[in-house]
Design a protein around this ligand. Structure first.
Ligand SMILES: [Ca+2]
Length: 316
């Protein structure tokens, strides 16, 4: 069949957030810039000690669409202020009101209005995982194809994808679609994975044009014991005890979680900041800007060809 590019066995995909805390946290309304979360405080400055501030460009990702390819988003959470909308669902028997918390959490880290990086960005829910946080490579490919269609047919060409999930071993089919994503002009940040192994062993972390993100600690810039590493990682960002939003009847529920799943949306949000502050660029060029802006010489515990690059948000 000449229309078939590749045939590949279906693979199971999981979220990159294995370690869960049971304790629930709540926050009060507060002056966000002067009392930021530790991860946000860390990424707006080159070196420690933390200065107790998260300072970011006023544009704050405005006009950028961040597609959260994940387990669904609780759209009415207070963190999203009406900026989050439903895009599409590509999982079997997915019920709208039965979502795993992972997608909401990831969306809030990318663009939540007090716990996120790009606080004025648009958030688009592309659901590819079911209520247990599980899906398959074909679900991922359908989800990414949907984003490519939205990008090509829509007026807004400022598109960023976050994909905090992975499949082992490498899926050539999924990696091929990631290339189509970046060829179309869409930026994509992905989690490196949490198996303390080489990120080149899973997808989409191994896709060359994806920005693959490893996790560092909360109290230092050491690579965490769970983060995947190696030359397929492009940049490191905090991934320990990240505070984020989860679905709740009262729209104000939060949790603290570990994982490269939450390092990746810090990068996705930063890409949105870069686009709204200056202008959009082809993915390869924006990636270069991101790496150039990143802080060198602070990440410790780099192994097996891991890059010396720590996430830094652009100055206002
Ligand atoms: Ca700071």
């Amino acid at each position: 069949m000449k229309n078939v590019k590749l045939v590949e066995e279906e693979k199971k995909v999981k979220v990159d957030a294995p370690q869960r805390f049971n304790k629930r946290y709540f926050i009060n309304k507060r002056a966000e810039d002067d009392d930021p979360l530790t991860d946000l405080d860390r990424i707006d400055q080159a070196k420690r000690p933390l200065d107790g501030k998260f300072i970011y460009p006023d544009s704050a990702g405005k006009g950028v669409n961040i597609f959260i390819v994940d387990s669904g988003i609780f759209l009415t959470h207070e963190q999203f202020d009406g900026r989050a909308k439903f895009g599409g669902a590509f999982c079997k028997n997915c019920k709208r009101d039965d979502i795993d918390r992972h997608g909401t959490f990831v969306a809030s880290v990318a663009a939540g209005n007090t716990v996120g990086v790009a606080r004025k960005a648009n958030i688009i829910d592309v659901r590819v995982l079911n209520a247990k946080g599980e899906g398959s490579t074909s679900n991922m490919i359908e989800g990414l194809s949907f984003v490519i269609d939205q990008h090509k047919n829509g007026k807004n060409k400022n598109s960023v994808i976050n994909m905090s999930l992975g499949v082992v071993p490498v899926s050539r089919a999924l990696n091929d679609v990631v290339k189509e994503v970046t060829d179309a002009g869409i930026h994509i940040a992905v989690s490196a994975g949490n198996d303390s192994e080489d990120a080149c062993g899973q997808s989409p972390a191994s896709a060359p044009s994806a920005i693959t993100v490893g996790a560092t600690e909360k109290t230092s810039d050491a690579v965490t014991d769970f983060s995947n590493i190696g030359k397929c990682v492009d940049i490191f960002a905090p991934g320990r005890q990240i505070f984020g939003a989860i679905p709740a009847a009262e729209n104000d529920d939060y949790l603290v979680l570990n994982g490269t799943s939450f390092s990746s949306p810090l990068v996705a949000g930063t890409l949105a900041l870069l686009i709204s502050k200056s202008s959009n660029k082809p993915p390869a060029e924006l990636t270069k800007d991101l790496i150039k802006l990143s802080t060198k010489g602070v990440v410790t515990g780099l192994k097996k060809g891991s890059p010396d690059a720590f996430l830094r948000t652009p100055a206002p």
